[in-house]
Design a protein around this ligand. Structure first.
Ligand SMILES: Cc1cc2nc3c(=O)[nH]c(=O)nc-3n(C[C@H](O)[C@H](O)[C@H](O)COP(=O)(O)OP(=O)(O)OC[C@H]3O[C@@H](n4cnc5c(N)ncnc54)[C@H](O)[C@@H]3O)c2cc1C
Length: 362
């Protein structure tokens, strides 16, 4: 794999130091970067601890929202319109609760359909992949989880904004074409210098010599969907990820597993790997690999596509992010992706927000 000096440069192919949304060694969230500096602005009223229940309409024109704050119903009147940015799980939920979705599903929950838009909540795409723990014969960052080392590491960060806590936990990323004939990298890797395990339902960092290799496919073809469970806005939606529905996605994860084995057996890293935990020995054959992949493949926390934009009649949004069939209503978050991207989704979601502010006139 080639070394890539800048993962966010002209090409993302290769192995690179990870880049994070950090400033002076501290995580810099979208809230810190975009909202906090504007808090004194008379044009902005910031309200937190408030759950949006539904969008309010006059005809098909969005005129405000109804929400719950401290157990009380409150309404907010829109000056120009409503921009929904509740993310890939909750934006479609709020649209459905507001009568925008598949009429049959809405009626099942006693919601009067306002706009027929059958793809609301559909087209759910994720990055499926494997978390593989490697047992090492050298000390890893797990050793920082002991009380003394933990205090030292914390102090280094608090007083100097340096050290392990000042950098992304996945320190190395890689994008790879698992077959040279591919035009684009089909696999992504995250490499963590430590490993964590689930114990009694909680994640812990044990005092063991562990590293973690994550591998996921970049452009999944499988699609899941979301469904309302009830018209109660506080009830979570049902999520059907359907991660490996498409055989090409299964094949992609299989190529990923082959590369994990290759990385873990190639020096210099490979000479420090004792074994890959829970991964079947290659000699166990294809059936054992398939069982492992089907049991262990998980979504990588990058859900997109549930309010996709497009030019076709079923697209939830038009290309300028307007909800098709409604007026003065936009969506701006990861739910608008028409197809998945190769890579983590935070920066792209922020760019969608930036683009939305160009598209929506004040
Ligand atoms: C654990 C985890 C780790 C991740 N790590 C990375 C990473 O390292 N790098 C990366 O690039 N991406 C990462 N991602 C993905 C990234 O965080 C998301 O892609 C990105 O935040 C999506 O932005 P969004 O605006 O679409 O939604 P969100 O950031 O989820 O914002 C939606 C907001 O709407 C609010 N909301 C939802 N429903 C309602 C309601 N009814 N009323 C009021 N408010 C509501 C939510 O509280 C939330 O604040 C990670 C995701 C997770 C879950």
């Amino acid at each position: 794999m080639p070394l890539n000096p800048d993962l966010n440069g002209a090409s993302h192919e290769g192995v690179a130091w990870n880049q994070g949304s950090t400033r002076e060694g501290k995580r810099h969230s979208a809230w810190e970067a975009f909202i906090k500096p504007k808090l004194g602005n008379p044009d902005l009223t910031f309200v937190d601890g408030t759950i949006v229940e539904t969008i309010l309409f006059e005809g098909r024109r969005a005129v405000g929202i109804r929400a719950i704050k401290d157990g009380t119903r409150v309404t907010f009147k829109a000056r120009k319109g409503v921009v929904l940015s509740a993310g890939s799980i909750n934006s479609p939920q709020i649209l459905m609760l507001s009568g925008i979705g598949d009429p049959a599903q809405l009626k099942r929950h006693g919601i009067e359909p306002l706009v027929e838009s059958p793809d609301v909540g559909r087209n759910l795409m994720e990055h499926p992949g494997l978390y593989v723990l490697a047992e090492m014969n050298v000390t890893t960052a797990n050793s920082l989880a002991t009380p003394i080392n933990g205090v030292k590491t914390l102090a280094e960060w608090v007083f100097r904004r340096k050290g392990f806590m000042s950098v992304p936990t996945a320190q190395v990323l890689a994008f790879l074409k698992s077959d040279p004939s591919f035009e684009e990298p089909d696999l992504q890797f995250h490499l963590f210098p430590f490993g964590w395990v689930k114990k009694k339902g909680r994640y812990t960092v044990p005092n063991r010599k562990l590293t973690t290799i994550l591998v996921n496919i970049n452009h999944p073809k499988s699609m899941g969907h979301l469904e309302l469970r009830s018209k109660d806005p506080l009830a979570p939606v049902a999520i059907y990820p359907r991660l490996l529905d498409h055989p090409d996605d299964f094949d992609g994860v299989k190529r990923g597993l082959a590369w994990v084995r290759k990385i873990a057996s190639t020096a210099p890293f490979g000479s420090q790997v004792m074994n890959l935990i829970d991964v079947p020995d290659p000699s166990a054959g294809a059936v054992a690999d398939e069982a492992y992949i089907r049991k262990s493949t998980v979504p990588f926390l990058h859900p997109v596509g549930t309010c996709r934009m497009g030019i076709d009649a079923r697209a939830v949004l038009t290309p300028d992010l307007k909800v098709r069939g409604a007026d003065n209503l936009w969506v701006a978050d990861a739910s608008i992706f028409p197809r998945h991207i190769a890579g983590n989704t935070n920066a792209t979601s922020i760019m969608i927000g930036e683009r939305a502010s160009d598209l929506i006139e004040p």
